[in-house]
Design a protein around this ligand. Structure first.
Ligand SMILES: [Zn+2]
Ligand SMILES: [Zn+2]
Length: 258
């Protein structure tokens, strides 16, 4: 017989049970099982932690960065500096900030959140996001997720951006409205599309729910997504939010392609 550490057996049983118990049950069971590194699965001392090697490899983004899109600068260029792309044309959102650089290491973290049953990382991600968006909270009125289209939501069972919103709302006390922004049509996956292709793919893909329109008037919105790639998706969202009355739209993501 192959020996298997008890923790793995427990976790596997927990998963099977959790699947039957639904989302709430899984979160509950994850809390009872021995804590694992969010990235590689090694044992750690506390739920929602990274092990030391993963922590060292993770590239957390910090200032100095472009005032608009958050692109990191190697040297401090002073306050209010724009990167080359943003000085040519300002983005449709006001500011974008991200927790991590999107690389091999952070990708495995994202994929676990996206496709695996590792929801125990969500509270920690909420804390990281709250810190990365520190400049936003003094004026923020609403935290809104980039929506998934319904069939994709069914396939995946949850919208990871919505889970991040709930965690972030608990951290900051800012209201979250998970349904405010809706997908009005399906889009193909942005992966593999050119910049122009991405823009075209998401144009007209979003709408504001009519029952939330009054709440949006004059509000400062923080838009949440998992990864910032070219910014095409969040720009399309920012445009529709502003057209429907938002005063400003800041963007916060877990990772950012550099
Ligand atoms: Zn690890
Ligand atoms: Zn920029």
């Amino acid at each position: 017989m192959v020996e298997m550490p008890m923790a793995n057996v427990g976790r596997r049983l927990g998963r099977q049970l959790g699947r039957r118990m639904g989302h709430g049950g899984r979160v509950f069971l994850d809390a009872l099982l021995p804590p694992q590194c969010l990235c590689c699965g090694a044992m750690v001392d506390r739920q929602g932690n990274l092990c030391a090697p993963c922590w060292t490899d993770m590239r957390f983004l910090e200032s100095p960065c472009c005032r608009a899109c958050g692109f990191p600068f190697p040297h401090d260029e002073g306050e209010d500096v724009l990167c080359a792309a943003c000085s040519r044309r300002l983005p449709d959102f006001d500011r974008a900030r991200a927790v991590l650089a999107y690389d091999e290491q952070s990708r495995s973290l994202m994929l676990r959140l996206k496709h695996a049953d590792r929801l125990d990382g969500v509270p920690a991600f909420g804390q990281w996001l709250a810190r990365a968006g520190a400049e936003f909270w003094h004026r923020a009125d609403l935290i809104i997720p980039v929506p998934l289209h319904r069939w994709r939501l069914i396939k995946r069972r949850y919208n990871q951006a919505a889970l991040l919103c709930q965690a972030l709302s608990r951290q900051t006390g800012v209201e979250t409205r998970l349904q405010l922004l809706q997908r009005s049509r399906a889009t193909v996956s942005q992966g593999g599309l050119s910049r122009i292709g991405r823009d075209r793919n998401v144009r007209g893909a979003f709408a504001v729910r009519s029952s939330d329109r009054a709440r949006l008037q004059g509000s400062h919105v923080v838009l949440i997504d998992d990864v910032f790639t070219t910014g095409a998706t969040v720009s399309a969202c920012a445009r529709i939010l502003k057209r429907n009355g938002a005063s400003s739209v800041d963007v916060l993501t877990l990772a950012r392609v550099l």
